[in-house]
Every structure is written in C-alpha cells, then in structure tokens.
Write a protein of this length. Structure first.
Ligand SMILES: NC(=O)c1ccc[n+]([C@@H]2O[C@H](COP(=O)([O-])OP(=O)(O)OC[C@H]3O[C@@H](n4cnc5c(N)ncnc54)[C@H](OP(=O)(O)O)[C@@H]3O)[C@@H](O)[C@H]2O)c1
Length: 334
C-alpha cells in the first residue's frame, strides 16, 4: 500500500461532546491513526476550547466546541463520516427526529434509545455480533453494566447451558452516572461508602435478556441483579453465578474457545481486579466452580469498554479497520 492509496481519515462528528463519554471519545480519537474530529458539538460549551472543559487535553488539541445547527455541520462528514451521539437517554431519539442525518453518515449512539434494535440500529457488542456490525449503518452501543455482565454469560447461552437462575452483583464507579452533580455522586457521601440501587429492576436487564434469548432459544430463567455504587471513579466489577454441570476445565475451555479471536476479551487463570483494565478497552474474566455453581467475574472500565472505547471498536469494524485500532491503551496497574 502506498501513501496515496491509504484509506482517508474518517471524519468524526460528536454530539454532546462536553460530557464524560464525549470527552472520552475525544481522548481516544485524538490518538486514532485514521480519524479526524471534524466537529465536537456542545449545547452547553459552544465557543469554548475543548480543554476548557476536558482540562487534561490542554496541549493535545486546539479544538473548539461548536453549537452550530447540525445542518451546517453535516457537510463536514460528507466523506467517510461517522456521528457519535453522546447526549444521553431520550436525547438521541429527539436529536434524530429533529435532525435528519444523511444516509451515508454512519451513526453510533451511546444511549439506551435504540438498544432494542429499532429504527435499523444493530446492537453493537462485537463479541456477540461482529459480522452484523461490519455491515451496519447505525449502531446502538451497549450499556456499561450490560457489557460487563453479558460477557460473563454469552458462552453459557451460546452452548445452551443457562438452565437455572442467574445471580449478579456488580459495582460501578461514579463516572457511570455522568458529569452532573447529584446527591449520590457528591464526594462527601460517595467517598468511603457503598450502596445498592435499582435492585432487580436496573434498565440494563432488558438488553441482557434480549441477547441471552438471541443465543439460547427459549431462555426464560430469572436474572437477579443487584447493582452497587462504588466509591471509585472508573470501572465495573461484576460477579455472576449460576448452576453448571461440568468441571472447571470444561468451563474454561468453553469461555476460551468462545472468545478466541476477540482482541479485548481474555480469560485469566487468576482472580481479576479493576486496576488491570481501567483506562483500557479490555475485559478480563475469571472463573471458579463451587458445589455446582459457576462464578464468573468480569472487570471493565465503564467509560472505555463500557462506552466510548467500545464505540470506537464498533467504528473500526464499520470502516473495515483493525478492531483494536487506536485502542491499545495502558492500564494504571498500581
Ligand atoms: N458514563 C458512563 O460510564 C456511560 C457508560 C455507557 C453508556 N453511557 C451513556 O452515554 C450517554 C452519555 O453519558 P455521559 O456519562 O457522557 O453523560 P454526561 O456526562 O452527563 O453528559 C451528558 C450531556 O450533558 C451535557 N452537559 C450539560 N451541561 C454540561 C456541562 N456543564 N459540562 C459538561 N456537559 C454538560 C453535555 O451535552 P452538551 O455537550 O451538548 O452540553 C453531555 O453530552 C448516556 O445515555 C449514558 O447512559 C454512559
């Protein structure tokens, strides 16, 4: 390949770029070899430098947030264009109703609005449907808890082995709740604290159940999910257990063969922890078997594999790039 027939840079537009997922997308895309951020739209920060809001980006970009109408910005995406929607639940549906997006612009939505695959969206979990993502025009990026939890269960569902209740407890960092201050993200309350919320009713149960049914026809077992708020900023650890008739070796073989060829999802021989994955797009899984109960633990970063990193992974698949392009990121480790 010569320099002249190299794939031209992908032109990226971001809607809702001042929030946590928007900022994380900018951080990743500034270092992606094949993308150019054509615009970063923000209703709240229009006219300000991106580093005035995402202050760690001082020295990395002189990009300015735009608050121009989308119709004026869309021509910037006329060639190899992709639009990321980062404004939040309900806002994506409203934006698309008010702003027709030309059909040649690919869309990746980070909200829950299209995760039921309505309006031509494909659910963007590469470990579940990488081939459908490659040919899609519109991607519904999975939820953060939904990503961490589904990756503990897909190999069992794929083998038709989910034949008992599934029990889940999972803890998320405070960035999962977005940039706006609230009582439950206030430092004084959250620091040195742990709390349960939306027990048995969390909204991500819907997409988890949809996809387990997709792999295991007739799946009708209860999924008992207790989400926790943790007192750290990034990451989700999910502990999931259910009945399993085989040996631990059978389970490890099942998981390793299901995830073979997926660059970010790995099965560990040792217990896993958040510092192995924070700031990366990795998912690490560990398995234990006790009295016929298989415990699968997953760790992810809610803002990378749980949101913006996975969105870039989906973009790479949409544009025929290596799946891990721009996503070889470094964990803190300590
Ligand atoms: N946070 C996560 O870990 C995570 C993981 C997976 C999925 N998601 C989903 O992704 C979507 C966006 O989540 P998010 O965490 O990015 O939400 P967020 O941080 O709360 O940002 C949401 C929007 O708030 C607006 N905003 C208003 N005033 C602002 C200000 N002063 N500073 C910065 N932003 C301001 C921004 O839009 P303007 O730029 O237009 O002002 C931004 O897009 C949601 O649907 C969420 O559920 C989030």
């Amino acid at each position: 390949m010569t320099a002249t027939d190299r794939i031209p840079p992908i032109q990226v537009g971001i809607i809702g770029a001042a929030g946590y997922t928007g900022g994380e997308l900018i951080r990743i895309l500034l270092n992606h070899p094949d993308t150019h951020i054509a615009f970063a739209h923000s209703s709240s920060q229009g006219g300000k430098k991106v580093y005035d809001t995402h202050t760690d980006l001082l020295g990395d970009t002189e990009l300015v947030f735009s608050d121009k109408p989308f119709a004026e910005l869309a021509p910037l995406l006329s060639r190899n264009g992709v639009l990321f929607l980062c404004s939040g639940h309900g806002a994506s549906k409203k934006f698309l109703a008010e702003n027709p997006v030309p059909a040649h612009i690919r869309i990746i939505d980070l909200s829950t609005d299209f995760r039921d695959e309505t309006d031509g969206f494909i659910y963007g979990l590469p470990e579940l449907q990488r081939d459908s993502i490659r040919t899609a025009g519109k991607i519904a990026n999975p939820g953060c808890f939904a990503t961490g939890i589904q990756l503990t269960l897909l190999p069992l569902a794929n083998a038709g082995l989910l034949n008992d209740e599934v029990h889940i407890s999972a803890v998320t960092g405070s960035t999962g709740a977005g940039q706006a201050l609230s009582a439950t993200t206030h430092f004084s309350w959250r620091n040195n604290n742990l709390s349960v919320y939306k027990a048995f009713t969390h909204q991500h149960l819907k997409e988890i159940t949809m996809n387990l049914k997709r792999l295991q026809q007739g799946f009708d077992q209860a999924i008992r999910f207790i989400p926790y708020r943790g007192d750290f900023t990034r990451g989700i650890i999910s502990n999931v257990y259910t009945s399993f008739a085989g040996s631990l070796e059978d389970a490890l073989n099942l998981y390793r063969s299901f995830y073979a060829g997926h660059p970010f999802t790995h099965v560990s021989d040792q217990p896993v922890d958040l510092k192995q994955v924070v700031n990366t797009n990795k998912v690490l899984l560990s398995l234990e078997l006790h009295d016929g109960q298989l415990l699968i633990t997953s760790v992810i970063d809610n803002l990378t594999k749980g949101a913006s990193g996975q969105a870039v992974q989906n973009m790479n698949l949409l544009f025929g790039l290596p799946e891990d392009s721009g996503l070889r990121l470094k964990a803190p480790a300590f």
